[in-house]
Design a protein around this ligand. Structure first.
Ligand code: HEM
Ligand SMILES: *[C@@H]1O[C@H](CO)[C@@H](O)[C@H](O)[C@H]1NC(C)=O
Ligand SMILES: *[C@@H]1O[C@H](CO)[C@@H](O)[C@H](O)[C@H]1NC(C)=O
Length: 318
C-alpha cells in the first residue's frame, strides 16, 4: 500500500514538474536589466496606434489569441508566407481577417532601436495585447515574460485548432480544453468580443436563420449584411460600445444580441448562462477574471531557455 502511495506521489510530482517546466522561466522581470524601457516603448507605440484607429486594440488582442492557440504563444502567427515557407496568415481563421501586423512591426522597430536583439516578438505581442485592452478601458495585468519566437508555424493547426464562429458550446468547450482552458475561461475570454468588428459572412446565418435573437437587433444587422453579397461588410461585436472594453458583451448576450453564433451559445440555456449573467451585472468580476484568464492563455506552451530564437524581424525567421 505504501509502495503504491509512494509511486503515485512520485509520478504526480514528475507530471507536475513536466507541466510546470514549460513556463517555469516566464517572469515579469525577465527584461528588467536587458531592456528596462521595454514596457514604456510598447505602451507609447500602442497609444499612438489606438489614437489613429481604436479597433487596432481589438485586432492585436485577437492576434494574441490566434497565436497562443497554435503551438503556443510563440509569435508563429506573425511569420509571412514565402515561396518555401507556409505560415499561418493564410489559414482560414486568419486570411483576410487577422490584422494589426504593422503595429507589431512598429513596436518591434522601436524596441530594437533601444535593445537590439533582446526582446522576442512573442513577448511584444503579449505586452501589446495587455496595453490595447488597458487603453480601451479594460483591466490591467502583469505580463509574465521570457517567451521565445518559433522557428516553425502550422497552417494546418491554425485551421483545426482555432474555433470557428458557427461552433456550438460543446465544440468550444472541447477546443479550449485542448489548450488547458476551462469552460469558465472560454466564457470570460469570449468577453474579448466587447471590442472589435466582424464580417457579415461570419454572422449572416445567425441574423437570418436563428430564432434565439432579438428581432430588432437582427433587423439592424440585416441592413448592412444582405442575404447575398457584402461578405466583408463589418458590424461591431458589441453593438453598444464597440471601442470600449467593458462588460456590455454579456449584457448583450442576456438580451439575445450576441453577433456570432459562437457568442450566443454561451447564453442559450446551457452551462455558461449563470456566469454570463454574473458578468452582465458585475464588471469588476469580469475584469478580474479576464485578467487572470489572459495570463493563463499567455502561458500556453511558451518556448523558453535556448528553444526557438529572438527574431530580428517578426515576419521572418532569422
Ligand atoms: C470562443 C471562440 C471564438 C470564436 C469562434 C471567435 C470568432 C471570431 C470571429 C469570426 C471574429 C470576426 C473576424 C472577422 O470578421 O474578420 C472575431 C473577432 C474578434 N475576436 Fe474572436 N472568437 C473567439 C474567441 C475570442 C477570444 C478568446 C478572444 C480574445 C480574448 C477574441 C478576440 C476577438 C477580437 C478582439 C475580435 C475583433 C478583431 C478586430 O476587430 O480586428 N475572440 N472572433
Ligand atoms: C543588432 O544585433 C544583431 C545580432 O546580434 C547584429 O547583427 C546587428 O549588427 C546589431 N545591430 C545594431 C544596430 O547594433
Ligand atoms: C439559412 O439556412 C438555410 C438552410 O440551412 C441555408 O441554405 C441558407 O443559406 C441560410 N440563409 C442564410 C442567409 O444564411
Amino acid at each position: 500500500m505504501s509502495f503504491i502511495n509512494n509511486s503515485f506521489f512520485v509520478i504526480v510530482s514528475i507530471l507536475s514538474l513536466l507541466a510546470f517546466s514549460s513556463n517555469a522561466q516566464l517572469s515579469p522581470s525577465f527584461y528588467a536589466r536587458t531592456c528596462p524601457n521595454l514596457q514604456t516603448i510598447v505602451r507609447s507605440t500602442m497609444r499612438q496606434a489606438i489614437a489613429r484607429e481604436a479597433r487596432l486594440g481589438a485586432s492585436i488582442l485577437r492576434l494574441f489569441f490566434h497565436d497562443c492557440f497554435v503551438q503556443g504563444c510563440d509569435a508563429s502567427i506573425l511569420l509571412d508566407d514565402t515561396a518555401t515557407f507556409t505560415g499561418e496568415k493564410n489559414a482560414f481563421p486568419n486570411r483576410n481577417s487577422a490584422r494589426g501586423f504593422e503595429v507589431i512591426d512598429t513596436i518591434k522597430t522601436n524596441v530594437e532601436a533601444a535593445c537590439n536583439a533582446t526582446v522576442s516578438c512573442a513577448d511584444i505581442l503579449a505586452l501589446a495585447t495587455r496595453d490595447g485592452v488597458v487603453l480601451l478601458g479594460g483591466p490591467s495585468w502583469t505580463v509574465p515574460l521570457g517567451r521565445r519566437d518559433a522557428r516553425t508555424a502550422s497552417q494546418s493547426a491554425a485551421n483545426s485548432q482555432i474555433p470557428g464562429p458557427s461552433s456550438d458550446l460543446s465544440t468550444l468547450i472541447t477546443m479550449f480544453a485542448n489548450k488547458g482552458l476551462t469552460a469558465r475561461d472560454l466564457t470570460v475570454l469570449s468577453g474579448g468580443h466587447t471590442i472589435g468588428q466582424a464580417q457579415c459572412q461570419f454572422f449572416r446565418n445567425r441574423i437570418y436563420n436563428e430564432t434565439n435573437i432579438d428581432p430588432n437587433f437582427a433587423t439592424t444587422r440585416r441592413a448592412t449584411c444582405p442575404v447575398s453579397g457584402g461578405n466583408t461588410n463589418l458590424a461591431p461585436l458589441d453593438t453598444v460600445t464597440p471601442t470600449r472594453f467593458d462588460n456590455n458583451y454579456y449584457t448583450n448576450l442576456v438580451k439575445q444580441r450576441g453577433l456570432l453564433h459562437s457568442d450566443q451559445v454561451l447564453f442559450n440555456g446551457g452551462s455558461q448562462d449563470a456566469l454570463v449573467r454574473t458578468y452582465s451585472g458585475n464588471s469588476v468580476a469580469f475584469f478580474r477574471d479576464f485578467a487572470a484568464a489572459m495570463v493563463k492563455m499567455g502561458n500556453i506552451s511558451p518556448l523558453t531557455g535556448t528553444n526557438g530564437e529572438i527574431r530580428r524581424n517578426c515576419r521572418v525567421l532569422n
